[in-house]
Design a protein around this ligand. Structure first.
Ligand code: UDP
Ligand code: MG
Length: 322
């Protein structure tokens, strides 16, 4: 039997998409920050279907950095699913998730590890204190999104972040959540456990611009709301009831006027009411449709992501995991 390496103390998971320009340098910085705290660590990099030579860069680095385990997904599945791939693979007693563009400052890694070791915390979230250089539209969109989602889901997701440390038992609990379309921040808040937050200022991106466009962000927002709240469905019924009450009042009013012999006019009112009710019905159908689509994706039960290629680092030769 092959001799087993001791399991790593820390696993660091970094999803990357089209980051060829700086990825090798960024990963070196991240590895150095972890190495300052422990020699027993693994760095898991998931290439989320990059088209710009990112894979070649990380593959070259893996010859040099023995702690590096790399996976290439068969296409661009999105950051959430790339994170899933990493989490399912991680073997550390604590797992750190972070972006590969150094917008999640590696200087916080020693602090997180120290808090985990000394205070026995189970989740440590690094929360953006300021959102760095972002357009006013994106800021407004983010505020609106968190306002709506916090209200609907009952979780404070503003304090959740994709830059965090999770203890192995939290990772195990996370693995027991089988959803096909994950919304990572929500799932992490749902899990609970003993947690703390560290706030940080977002530095400028290492290179290029955000890999998330308006389309991706909207898709994420809709998934998040559908996955974490059924209140929109109840709102539909509520508005229906309000309309019913309104029409009853209007009916009574008309009847009274009729009895008093006042002529009923109001062609415009009829058209307006038709339009309002029509649009409300359409919106309701759309909302219900979103939930049905989510159910449809779940029941299809497809794999969440596909790994096209994988190179194991020094620690991954063990199959210590179940
Ligand atoms: N990313 C990814 N798949 C995607 C989009 C982004 O793995 O489809 C990675 C990206 O390479 C980076 C991290 O997710 O390491 C965060 O992306 P980005 O910096 O573009 O997002 P933002 O900083 O705007 O949140
Ligand atoms: Mg970024």
């Amino acid at each position: 039997m092959k001799e087993r390496m001791p399991l790593p103390e820390i696993s660091v998971i970094v999803p990357v998409y089209n980051e060829a320009g700086h990825i090798a340098a960024s990963l070196r910085v991240i590895a150095a920050a972890v190495a300052a705290m422990t020699a027993r660590f693994e760095l898991i990099v998931i290439d989320d279907g990059s088209k710009d030579g990112t894979w070649e860069q990380v593959a070259a680095l893996s010859h040099e950095l023995e702690q590096l385990t790399i996976m290439r997904l068969s296409r661009n599945f999105g950051k959430e699913l790339a994170l899933c791939a990493g989490l399912e693979h991680a073997q550390g007693q604590a797992v750190i998730l972070m972006d590969g563009d150094l917008q999640h400052p590696p200087e916080l890694i020693p602090q997180m590890i120290a808090m985990w070791r000394e205070q026995k915390l189970e989740v440590i979230e690094c929360v953006k204190e300021s959102r760095g250089k972002e357009s006013a539209g994106k800021r407004l969109g983010a505020s609106l999104f968190y306002y709506v989602l916090n209200g609907l889901s009952g979780f404070n997701l503003r304090d959740a972040s994709d830059y965090k440390l999770m203890d192995a038992k939290v990772v195990a609990a996370w693995r027991s959540m089988p959803e096909r379309i994950p919304f990572f921040r929500g799932m992490s808040a749902w899990l609970g456990y003993k947690r703390a937050t560290i706030s940080f200022r977002v530095p400028a991106r290492e290179e290029g611009s955000s890999r998330f466009g308006l389309h991706n962000l909207t898709k994420l927002a809709v998934h998040a709301i559908v996955a974490f709240s059924t209140i929109p469905l109840r709102l539909v019924s509520l508005v229906g009831i309000l309309f019913l009450l309104g029409s009853a009042l209007l009916g009574i009013n008309t009847l009274v006027q009729k009895l008093q012999g006042v002529a009923v006019t109001g062609f415009t009112t009829v058209i307006l009411l038709l339009l309002i009710i029509g649009s409300f019905l359409m919106i309701s159908l759309g909302i219900i449709g979103e939930y049905i689509a989510a159910i449809y994706h779940e029941v299809k039960g497809r794999p969440r992501y596909l790994i096209a290629e994988q190179h194991e680092g020094a620690y991954s030769s063990t199959t210590g995991r179940e």
